[in-house]
Write a protein that binds this ligand. Structure first.
Ligand code: DNO
Length: 356
């Protein structure tokens, strides 16, 4: 297990690497370039600079989250071949600088969806939440509410330029059902996985957040069977998963612990996002503090499923609340994520000592 934290780069993150370095247990940061348009090749000089900054601060950068997939690849337009070629080159460029895992997702239009960006918990901390009634609005309004409540920070996967034409984007997905989306995912994987094998990089698909259809959009990474299907569709260790406990856990039908255990055993979980969520009613939920008593997931069982099945990948605490007066990019303050790290590292130590 290697513990990491996400870092948005010197221009986009107000949290300095020096502070992340002081969180006990953290060995590396998970990075990305935010000034390259989705679909373009990530330039070598920019990658070199970003990875160099992490190294200077005494941190590794072996995981990228995310190299986003251009909508044309998901839709299956003829232009996808050029975007896939660009993606292959990005993989090669990242490998040159020691990157081992690339996290990505295959969700149409929205990378993730929350309806409350500053949901107040009884202890006064702020968190993100998803309530079904919150998407019972026009698409433009949903997009505006997320972007307007981001506390002035760019949000991962929510490029305002791309979402400015949200209706047009939806129209492009009109003929894309689950079957077509799956076919397009395989088309993509068949072309990038051989490159990954060649240069020693592993792809790690992130589950859909939430793991069911919203706005009638197709969804193909929702549960155990979807993950199984993806792993088999291109059967290579380089074709793996970012197992996000929060996203998978947003559907109470999913048995998070069994899924973690199975795919860890199968050596397909290359990266784990470990967060707790509290299901309120139906499938509405909010993101809570990491420890088990605050949420619907048993975090001991989460870590146990990874530990006991030989997990060797990267982990990061996922979103944190805003506590102690901190402000910033929703989900990505320093304090609560740092608490999450120490808690997860503590559980891991207990599991290791119990075994010996
Ligand atoms: C949000 C993140 C997602 C995640 C992508 C992976 O904070 O969990 O944006 O990075 O879905 O591609």
């Amino acid at each position: 297990m290697q513990m990491t934290m996400r870092w948005f780069g010197p221009d986009e993150d107000k949290i300095p690497l020096e502070h992340i370095r002081q969180v006990p247990g953290v060995e590396g940061v998970v990075g990305a370039l935010y000034d390259v348009a989705v679909g373009d090749v990530w330039p070598v000089d920019k990658i070199k600079h970003m990875v160099g900054l992490a190294h200077q601060a005494g941190l590794k950068m072996e995981v990228i989250e995310s190299v986003n997939i251009h909508d044309d690849i998901k839709i299956g337009l003829p232009s996808r071949d050029q975007y896939i070629e660009n993606y292959q080159q990005t993989i090669r460029n990242l490998a040159r600088f020691g990157v081992k895992v690339i996290c990505y997702n295959f969700m149409p239009v929205f990378d993730w969806m929350k309806t409350e960006m500053n949901y107040v918990l009884p202890d006064g901390s702020l968190t993100m939440a998803f309530e079904k009634k919150g998407i019972d609005k026009s698409l433009e309004q949903v997009v505006r509410e997320v972007l307007d409540n981001s506390n002035g920070f760019a949000l991962p996967g929510w490029e305002p330029e791309r979402l400015a034409g949200v209706q047009e984007l939806f129209a492009k997905y009109k003929d894309v059902d689950d079957k077509t989306l799956r076919t397009n995912l395989v088309y993509f994987l068949e072309r990038v996985i051989p490159v990954c094998e060649e240069v020693g990089v592993k792809m790690a698909i992130h589950p859909d957040d939430p793991p069911y259809s919203i706005f009638g959009l197709p969804r193909v990474v929702k549960n155990r069977d979807d993950l199984d299907w993806i792993c088999n569709a291109v059967d290579s260790p380089a074709n793996g998963i970012t197992l996000c406990t929060g996203s998978i856990g947003e559907d109470p039908e999913n048995n998070v612990y069994d899924i973690l255990a199975e795919f860890t055993r199968r050596k397909r979980i290359h990266f784990a996002h470990v967060r707790n969520i509290k299901l309120i009613k139906d499938k509405d939920f909010y993101e809570c503090a990491h420890p088990s008593p605050y949420g619907s997931l048993d975090m001991y069982k989460v870590m146990q499923a990874l530990h006991d099945n030989g997990f060797e990948g990267y982990i990061r605490p996922d979103h944190g609340r805003f506590i102690w007066g901190e402000t910033g990019r929703p989900g990505y303050g320093l304090y609560d994520r740092a608490l999450g790290v120490t808690y997860l590292v503590g559980l891991w130590e207990a599991l290791q000592k119990k075994q010996h």
